[in-house]
Design a protein around this ligand. Structure first.
Ligand code: PDD
Length: 295
């Protein structure tokens, strides 16, 4: 069976086999989902945009008032060691910091003497298969029931989990989250829309995770002189889009070809990945195979 977590993992200052990595049931990550995380894609053993991921980690830590247990050099050393020990060339590195384990359950922060819980591991990078990519995936829309700080990458993901599972139960790959009539993002992805040749992206607000892949897509569009509009996308605009894509560090760029059972787009592209998305995927692959693989 393919392992999804390489040995060793990193836990609270030590590298050790996953089977020996244990945490207290009083850890606040376990009791409250009181913690933060990052997922960093690794190409040819080069972590992609590691500084940007560590900056987002810091922003999330600041947002939840949790001290960063490691400095940038410390994180990079941990990440490099995990990558070097893992068997895959392309990987996905997971980082997590929780508010640690006190000797009791209390909503208020534990004393400063309680150390944070720090966990990190490397797994294989599993990107969509060629078959899935050329077919596209189905998605549903659901009301966004998350809190008001979706810009923070926190481990309390229950609303995201329920939305994603609702999609899975409907035979779909992703749930698109609608708040007050506007598209925010997917349960675990950012969403782009194409209308009349223009790439539309929801703006970065506290109600959306600022994706590292999202930034790259906008950069690639600018590099290649494509028209882009960063603005709130209404549910009506979403439903009449020519193309809809989801993006994330692990999914890269994946076309959503059916939304709530209705084919996305019109004419010969209806229900199929559209030309803009195909082109963006190719630019992304070119960038990956030149820049990203060199670090
Ligand atoms: N999720 N929005 C949400 C809610 C996400 O969970 C993610 C990624 C993204 C895309 O961000 P990025 O491009 O930086 O991966 C947007 C990760 C992959 C996860 O939870 O596993």
């Amino acid at each position: 069976m393919t392992p999804y977590v390489a040995d060793p993992v990193y836990l609270n200052g030590r590298f050790l086999p996953l089977a020996e990595a244990g945490v207290s049931p009083l850890d606040r990550g376990y009791l409250y989902g009181d913690g933060v995380y990052e997922v960093i894609p690794v190409y040819s053993r080069q972590p992609f945009r590691i500084d940007e991921h560590l900056t987002r980690l810091q922003a999330t830590l600041n947002g939840v008032k949790l001290a960063n247990p490691l400095d940038v050099a410390g994180w990079k050393a941990v990440i490099q060691q995990l990558i070097a020990a893992a068997p895959w060339e392309d990987q996905s590195v997971y980082l997590q910091v929780t508010r640690g384990a006190d000797n009791k359950r209390d909503h208020a922060f534990p004393p400063a003497s309680v150390p944070p819980g720090v966990f990190a591991y490397a797994g294989p990078l599993v990107t969509p298969t060629a078959e899935l990519r050329t077919r596209g995936v189905s998605a549903i829309t659901v009301p966004d029931q998350r809190w008001a700080r979706c810009d923070l990458k926190v481990i309390s993901l229950l609303a995201n989990i329920l939305a994603r599972q609702q999609a899975i139960d409907a035979g779909c790959a992703e749930a698109l989250l609608i708040r007050d009539g506007y598209l925010k993002e997917g349960a675990a992805s950012n969403i782009f829309v194409v209308r009349d040749g223009v790439l539309l992206a929801p703006p970065k607000t506290p109600l959306m995770l600022p994706g590292i892949t999202y930034d790259l897509v906008l950069e690639l569009a600018a590099t290649h002189g494509q028209p882009v509009k960063v603005a709130e996308i209404s549910e009506a605009e979403l439903r009449s889009a020519d193309e809809v894509w989801m993006t994330s560090s692990t999914k890269e760029i994946l076309a959503i070809t059916t939304l709530d059972g209705v084919p996305v787009g019109n004419g010969i592209h209806a229900g199929k990945p559209g030309p803009f998305g195909e082109q963006m995927w190719q630019w992304y692959q070119d960038f990956k195979n030149t820049i990203m693989r060199k670090g």
